[in-house]
Design a protein around this ligand. Structure first.
Ligand SMILES: C[S@@+](CC[C@H](N)C(=O)[O-])C[C@H]1O[C@@H](n2cnc3c(N)ncnc32)[C@H](O)[C@@H]1O
Length: 194
């Protein structure tokens, strides 16, 4: 029987994530479709490159820390659960917001842009960011990468904190008190970002 290794599972999920982002951009964000729709920026590619390097270095030097004899150990299963949870939260957010969800943050009000407060947005203010945050930490737990798991949690947290602040500045300009009221009653669920 073919036993899936954490690295093969990670690689498959990584390919799925980026292909599905491009596909949803092709459906809902045609006006901004391009190479950036794959969501592979230089810093992101470097972070993933570092994670892959960590995985193989530890595999070579200390295979014991990678868990059960090459297969999926308990930690890897927890990581897989996090990746799938994050993927579902993000993609449900994208499908709920449809054309209101853009990969590039809008800085000009588009007449068709509506404030989305229904579905998953009723419970989570930024499902796309919460989902991606959980997803990226999950990928490192899946690989049993202690250094990258901590680094991803720290760096991605700062990235999303700054991005949310910037994005909400424009959302408040576009939607005024309606956005204030929405933000007041709807948490992000990202630690320390109310
Ligand atoms: C990358 S999407 C992320 C959306 C949201 N922050 C999330 O995490 O699900 C960024 C775009 O979504 C728009 N956006 C964010 N929240 C929104 C909402 N509740 N209703 C409508 N548009 C929203 C912003 O104006 C921005 O152009």
């Amino acid at each position: 029987m073919l036993v899936p290794t954490p690295f093969a599972v990670f690689f498959g999920l990584l390919v799925f994530f980026h292909c599905s982002e491009f596909l949803l951009a092709a459906i809902f964000m045609r006006h901004e479709l391009g190479t950036t729709s794959w969501l592979i920026s230089k810093p992101y590619a470097k972070a993933m490159g570092f994670a892959v390097l960590e995985f193989w270095l530890e595999w070579w030097l200390r295979p014991g820390i990678k868990g059960a004899s090459g297969g999926m150990g308990l930690v890897a299963w927890v990581g897989l659960a996090l990746v799938l949870t994050g993927e579902v939260i993000r993609k449900v957010g994208m499908v709920t917001a449809q054309g209101n969800f853009t990969h590039q943050i809008r800085r000009q009000r588009d007449p068709s842009h509506q404030l989305v407060t229904h579905g998953i947005y009723r419970w989570i203010r930024h499902p796309g960011y919460l989902g991606w945050y959980v997803w990226c930490i999950g990928t490192q737990v899946l690989l049993c990468n202690p250094v990258s798991a901590l680094a991803f949690a720290f760096v991605a947290w700062h990235f999303f904190r700054d991005r949310i602040e910037y994005e909400e500045y424009y959302l408040r300009r576009f939607f005024g008190p309606a956005y204030d009221e929405y933000a007041r009653r709807t948490p992000t669920w990202i630690p320390l970002i109310p």
